[in-house]
Design a protein around this ligand. Structure first.
Ligand code: NAD
Ligand SMILES: O=C(O)C1=N[C@H](C(=O)O)CCC1
Length: 250
């Protein structure tokens, strides 16, 4: 069987460099391009790239995806910075290229995907829910894509269950002291040398708390999810948001 022809964008970045090694090591995949900032995207066409792994920056991702979708190249996207407006723009591009698949995964690690799932399940059973994400200090966006998605899933689960607004008597606060408000869920971002990617979901009810914590200790934690995405996106046209759609989580 012929190998899938894969390119990595952001190939010299922290996660991109790890993705290059993972694709090279996969027997069913062939790394045909490893592009960095300033490299011509035409190389994707010249190399017959079938799937791009997009691991660049929020400032670059939209232009890169526009090129890929226009050329019928599938994409697996780990880059953050997704808003409703950006997703709508991407869906418009995909409508003109209906056979192309794009997977956007706020987090490729299985533990983080499960954290989001567990938080969604638990959220309606507690009065209070807050998210704390902790990352390395070179990260350019806050809160993390994972924390934003986690908060959105929590908020949607609570809305479906008819949960009351969270109790919070704060009357005065320094700017930022209560975190960012993502659909009514406070999200706090820590940037600390020595960390990679970590998240806690804190849930509180009368007389009890539950903490769901996940730690990515190495970029290798994201690789099985990226490889799964590459293999599945070629047969999944349109936009898929979240790796959980490619996992059988029940
Ligand atoms: N979804 C996940 O599981 C996951 C995991 C880790 C990181 N991320 C995200 O991936 C992105 C990259 O993270 P990082 O820590 O590797 O950052 P990084 O800064 O180390 O790497 C980004 C790389 O992309 C390059 N780049 C920028 N514009 C480019 C372009 N137009 N074409 C090609 N390369 C370009 C930069 O020069 C840099 O080398 C961030 O948005 C981060 O949040 C996602
Ligand atoms: O290191 C990063 O940057 C990460 N970004 C993603 C996010 O913002 O959620 C995933 C975790 C690592």
């Amino acid at each position: 069987m012929s190998k899938l022809r894969v390119a990595v964008l952001g190939a010299k970045g922290r996660i991109g460099a790890e993705a290059v090694r993972a694709v090279e090591a996969a027997e069913d995949l062939e790394l045909v391009a490893a592009l960095s900032r300033g490299d011509e995207l035409e190389a994707l066409v010249a190399t017959g790239t079938q799937v791009v792994v997009e691991l660049t920056t929020p400032a670059s991702v939209m232009g890169n995806l526009d090129f890929c979708v226009r050329h019928g190249i599938h994409a697996v996207v780990g880059t953050t910075g997704w808003t409703d407006e950006r997703l709508a723009q991407l869906n418009t591009s995909l409508a003109a290229s209906p056979e192309t698949g794009v997977l956007i995964a706020p987090n490729f690690s299985i533990g983080a995907v499960l954290t989001m799932k567990f938080a969604e399940v638990a959220a309606p059973y507690f009065e209070s829910v807050e998210v704390v994400e902790l990352h390395h200090p070179n990260k350019v966006d806050a809160p993390s894509g994972t924390a934003t998605r986690t908060a959105q899933l929590i908020a949607a689960a609570r809305a479906r269950a008819g949960s009351a607004p969270q109790p919070d008597a704060t009357a005065t606060a320094l700017d930022g002291a209560r975190g960012a408000n993502v659909d009514g869920v406070p999200v706090h971002a820590v940037r600390l040398r020595g960390l990679l990617a970590h998240q806690e979901v804190l849930l509180g009810g009368e007389g009890e708390t539950l903490t769901i914590r996940h730690d990515s200790l190495h970029h290798s934690s994201f690789m099985p999810g990226i490889l799964l995405g590459v293999r599945r996106v070629v047969t999944t046209p349109g936009l898929t948001f979240g790796l959980e759609h490619f996992l059988d989580l029940g």
